[in-house]
Design a protein around this ligand. Structure first.
Ligand code: SAH
Length: 218
């Protein structure tokens, strides 16, 4: 992927418009809208597609994967109710954009990607932006036992089931935000760990993600 980290007034303007568009589409916190307005999403795509970064659309990032639609990123972030200092695990680093949003909101972010090449690209962008995210390559359905427990866990790929291992790695009071369904459409779910082995599930809108591939995935 070819990257050149150049920002322009034009792209800044498009970014502000995108943030406004997202703000109109949902009840999002102003801090989140502010982060979207300031984080150069085009750095996370091939430089040939800079302007495409500011359409509210998913976009290919190579290896058959996509950067999530900005609205979807905002939606999952809203459900996480991120508070500064929280330890958050992301499954599916992809471009690194979602991880960058969470870190910009003050979270300590750990992110796992199964495709080495994507993780390497994401690391470059995050380093360029001075955004601290701990990245790992591996099967995210197994979580990160050594770094557990987490306040929040976000899965950014389509899961056939709720991976039990991830629930074990949540703190009591923590959330798992995950799209669950078949390969075509998934319901966004938020599972709250209400006690050591008790959970509450809430179901939200329908989305379409690339498949979560792994031991507790497809
Ligand atoms: N959060 C990303 C979205 C990327 S799409 C972004 O902001 O750009 C989902 C990603 O999940 C893909 O890169 C895919 O390779 C990855 N993935 C799928 N199954 C996985 C697994 N079991 N563990 C880690 N990553 C996985």
């Amino acid at each position: 992927m070819s990257k050149n980290f150049v920002d322009t007034y034009k792209l800044k303007g498009l970014r502000k418009k995108l943030a406004e568009e997202i703000a109109r589409k949902g009840e999002f916190d102003y801090k989140l809208i502010d982060v979207i307005a300031n984080l150069p999403r085009h750095f996370f795509l091939d430089s040939a597609f800079a302007e495409k970064a500011y359409h509210d659309q998913a976009f290919p990032i190579g290896e058959g994967q996509t950067i999530s639609q900005p609205y979807t990123v905002a939606y999952q972030t809203m459900l996480l109710e991120v508070k500064p200092g929280e330890k958050i695990l992301e499954i599916g680093t992809g471009s690194g954009y979602q991880a960058a949003i969470l870190a910009s909101l003050g979270a300590k972010v750990y992110s796992i990607e199964r495709v080495q090449k994507l993780s390497d690209e994401a690391k470059k962008v995050l380093a360029h932006l001075n955004i601290i995210v701990k990245t790992y390559v591996g099967d995210g359905t197994l979580g990160l036992p050594k770094q557990a427990p987490f306040d929040k866990i976000i899965v950014t790929a389509a899961a056939p089931i709720i991976p039990e291992t991830l629930l074990l790695q949540l703190k009591v009071g923590g959330y798992l935000v995950i799209p669950v369904g078949d390969k075509e459409t998934q319901e966004m779910r938020r599972i709250t760990k209400t006690g050591e082995s008790t959970f509450k599930t809430q179901v939200f809108d329908t989305f379409r993600f690339v498949p979560l591939i792994g031991e507790e995935g497809w």
